[in-house]
Design a protein. Sequence first.
Lengths: 717, 717
Amino acid sequence: MEMIAEVKTVEQTNEARNAKELDSLFKPKAIAVIGASAKELSIGNVIIKNLLHYGYTGKIFPINPKESTIRGLTAYPTIFDVDGDIDLAHVIIPSKFVPQIIEDCGKRGIKSVIINSAGFSEMGEEGMALQQAFLDNAKKYGIRIFGPNCQGIINTDPAYKAYCDFTFTFPESGSISIAALSGGVGAVIMQSIFDLGIGMRMYASNGNACDVSIPEIISYYGEDEGTKAIILYTEGFANPSAFMETAKAVAKRKPILAMKAGRTEAGAKAAASHTGSLAGVDISTELIFEKTGILAFRNEEEMCQASMAFATQPIPKGNRVGIITNTGGPAVIATDELVSEGLVIPPLSERAIQKLKETQLPEASLGNPVDVVATGNGIHFRSALDVLMNEEQIDSIYINFVTAPFTDTDEVARQIVEVSKTRRKPIVCNFMTNMSMERYRTTAKILKDGGIPCYAFPTTAAKALGALYKYHKLRTKDIGTPIIFKDADKAKAHELLDSAKNSGREFLSSADVYTLLSLYGIPVADWQIADTAQEAARIAKKIGFPTVVKAESESLIHKSDMGGVAVNLKNEEEVADAVEKMKRKIENQGMKPLQFLVQKYLPGGKELIVGVSVKKGLGHLLMFGIGGVYVETLKDVVFKITPVTEVEAREMLSSIKMAKLLDGVRGEKGINRSKVIDIILRLSQLVKDFPQIQEIDLNPVLAFENGAFTADARIKI
Amino acid sequence: MEMIAEVKTVEQTNEARNAKELDSLFKPKAIAVIGASAKELSIGNVIIKNLLHYGYTGKIFPINPKESTIRGLTAYPTIFDVDGDIDLAHVIIPSKFVPQIIEDCGKRGIKSVIINSAGFSEMGEEGMALQQAFLDNAKKYGIRIFGPNCQGIINTDPAYKAYCDFTFTFPESGSISIAALSGGVGAVIMQSIFDLGIGMRMYASNGNACDVSIPEIISYYGEDEGTKAIILYTEGFANPSAFMETAKAVAKRKPILAMKAGRTEAGAKAAASHTGSLAGVDISTELIFEKTGILAFRNEEEMCQASMAFATQPIPKGNRVGIITNTGGPAVIATDELVSEGLVIPPLSERAIQKLKETQLPEASLGNPVDVVATGNGIHFRSALDVLMNEEQIDSIYINFVTAPFTDTDEVARQIVEVSKTRRKPIVCNFMTNMSMERYRTTAKILKDGGIPCYAFPTTAAKALGALYKYHKLRTKDIGTPIIFKDADKAKAHELLDSAKNSGREFLSSADVYTLLSLYGIPVADWQIADTAQEAARIAKKIGFPTVVKAESESLIHKSDMGGVAVNLKNEEEVADAVEKMKRKIENQGMKPLQFLVQKYLPGGKELIVGVSVKKGLGHLLMFGIGGVYVETLKDVVFKITPVTEVEAREMLSSIKMAKLLDGVRGEKGINRSKVIDIILRLSQLVKDFPQIQEIDLNPVLAFENGAFTADARIKI
């Protein structure tokens, strides 16, 4: 399972560099193939074959000391024997020679190098050293390295036709660009795009990714005018924050469809605290995609199929679909799936139905779906399309088109294309036909050339429309900016955390926990520390009954399981008794309780949990959900990446499964949501100010009609 | 939306008839086409064209009074002008002439008729009358009717090659048979099977299904030796119990892959009681499939893709998958999906790893997945396959096979086919290639001819293997038979229900509810009925405190919302007070409380719900889950079709989301599961004995460490 657990390391320090730097990689005017081979099927031969086959517009210089020509091209012993500029070099030689070759490339003025060879960081220490050696040389000369241990790039732009890759799929020019860490998956995606008849713009699969990074590639695609949508496949992020920053800017302008594999490994991880154990690896990837505005997929086939709609259709302005069908069952299936995707199929206006009545066959069904029936011809489809295009309460159009033998299917296709040209609303088409018949291939070609995304199954077409709608939601969502609470006392908090750190603590003392929370304006149940039973009783009287007492000791993580907590104490005697009992119990277990926390007991609130845990390279994840002792049983929690905005906090409250519980059930009082949101936002600010904090669990936060208070908390620094 | 809500009516009264009766339909030796037409593209012409094109082995008699030949065949004015036997007739004439034609068919000795014409039950009353008229004639002569308003049937058996359908896909002979109510969806499925290169055995799409029914067709496919797996598409069941009975017998012998559309309509339905409103239409379909042993799909593309594995592979004996891959990323994706499907990827034995070490390339990864790397050739795949075939802890094999240009891909394919011939373990293959290249089409053909199911995406292949495994689970699952509790007093219960019915009640009185439950041995909290406050106090003392009092009135459905319930009453005074207060409150609302139920109050138990509600044609659904006032907020309930067996009841307890809650959290006591299971089984028996009961809600059932008691209940008759 080692393979599965492996998360490839992607150095993402370059995202700030000017994307134009990558022009020498994606738009090379001359390419040297270092390690060119006369041997058919070897990578050093296939790359030249592919460049020639695809019609590369620049110069190709095979470099091989033993051959005079390779695939009809003059071969050169070394790059120094080539006349004229070289932008890009492929390197396909044993790894141990690569550092020297990069030095040579530098001297020769080559700007980018694709290292196809393997034998570097993926092969342990020795390989890692070789990788560092060639990287040092590259930096010296300002060379950008792509790879090593990678496929390469493809640019289908007719001005370049640069197929710098050893794969075997030769895509048509189009508007989808692909970035894939794994060459295997990249090839599957490229092949699928090809099979679906979607044109591709650029392709990049960067293997070990030691220099040119995924964020940089995404950024380059973002600037590229020919790229309309981006497909991304990754297996992890070495620097998630850098990725988010770059990708966010691109995702606002162009749809990014992404899939991250390795999601199930997350389930295996376990940690000490609730927040830590519930926020798995996969959760953070999906949160990254969400916060970046990237459309996440869990199925690569669905991702490719959706990209066909993104390549050709405008983004819908809402969730209301008009369905046109010429067969019954597939419309039922489509409706099921569209509704599951959050879309609705609203009734049509009276005016629209009247219009349909005038134009459709008598046996047609005039509603939404509009069933033009199997005998419906071009004019019937056309009138239905016109009605839906002009219908205000419709945002997108879904068509079921079965090629009945007794209709002029070409004419139907022409009408669909004609209407789609206005580009006012997206259209997807479930085109049910037999492509082995010449007649229907013609119909398919009319649709394809007209830019209509065609699918072979009702569910598949509905999913693609669902993806367009999800992107509309992502793009139009405004989460706002995080509130800054000016009343937070950062200086004092800094002092407190420093002092705790210096004293060698891993978990803050209760006194420190509640003081720190108070410094950030997070309400806590009244509390004070006592050393003895008598003092505890005195404090309890002052704070007011009922009271809770908790033994204070760093080694007591689960106090309540170990008899270190006594709740609902009603008078001084009960408090003193509880402290004495607790002392004995804990001493019997061989531990030494130092002090006792006396705190106001607040019965009857809804028990919630608010927590944060640090994620390397990402900052903190904030968790909200149902708290108390049931937190692990119910697992009803949601996460966001900090800093959390008010819009996001509000969304967290509404998106737990038991959200209704917060409003009160059967006459119960609902909770004060604003007070809980306030706690979430203040906690988010606290960890933003102090990134060194590892984990905070406020559990439970007791929420009432009029307020919310932290009743128990722990902080790991 | 009318179209979506429509559930086609399927008469399923014929399932008991001998399946052999359908031989005249599926294996006709001579076919008359009544309404044959010389007009190209008309259905009466297309059907003849299709029969000829597909190579029908029997005789075709076009019936048309005006033409002498149609498509080169002698046409006859009437069926009486034809010499020799006719088994089957197609009818493609206007609906109003159909009853007479069926009469003629009867006289002519025709055994089966496919009515392609529309204009019957789908067109309202007039059409319905016509349908009844021809059905009466058919019954008179013992003719079986297929349709009307339907596509027809196809039998690919080389002995018949009967393409009695007007569609345009001409499948190869194979082992998958399809039954689809909707012709549109049926055609999509048939086309997909064709595109995937899977052979088809038989096809049937029966439209209005007025006589030959889906269960009958399933039963016929079940008997057919050439059918290895069945695909079913339906939009509802007119007689679910009949369907289950027939399909269950078939599903034991052959996999049935099924999809039912119309699932989201369910969400719109609302009912008065919890059980009623939570058990939607869709829930019952999925329960029907589960109890019948049918593999349910929600995506027709996935269903078709899975059928490829069922057509060729044995069923795995367990959930342990061995993965062989020659590329990294796709193995990660496959692992994600396989794990999501409930499969596991166990480590290999030391012996297996040693064997791999001896045979694999040095850069290969020797574990599970086995990465034979891109340069791995036929011998490397072969040795890995042999190791996994011989490895005891592996039940199935998943292969990622990317056709690297530098390997002999044909040899790899031959080795995979060779190993698969032993048929000891199922193999699925994610075959990543470019089918537009001749070279790889050859490789694909080797795999296809060798019966290896090939997919184009890692997730798709993993889902297909997941489906094989799910069928293994379905087939090997033994739910046992329902327990019959002999202590249930059916006679007395009968009396009680009759008397309540005769008194015109819709809901039983509390006294009747608790009496009825007790007659079936379902424990209830001690209770007695009081007419006055004084009597209530007296009873309470006898039963023991604390006590709960509930006002007793048929019009009080939600008693607790209306002040009709008082809980935790600690002495006689509190009871009397509560009754007086209740009386006033209810009288103020203009209602008349007749009596008061005094009941033992049981604090501290886990609140559960057990309920049943009747489903037309199916019997009762039984619901179990978290009860009390949160039942609608948590919606943590599961359903089974009655009668429920002990195995099923136990499964219900473990399959709610909060199942852990039943074991107790953080030192709490767990509940006595057997006592709850007992209640479920007894309730199941009660509604089996009295199918007229509409709904029962036991909510809450209070479950403790030592027992479980019904604390509130209502029964609708």
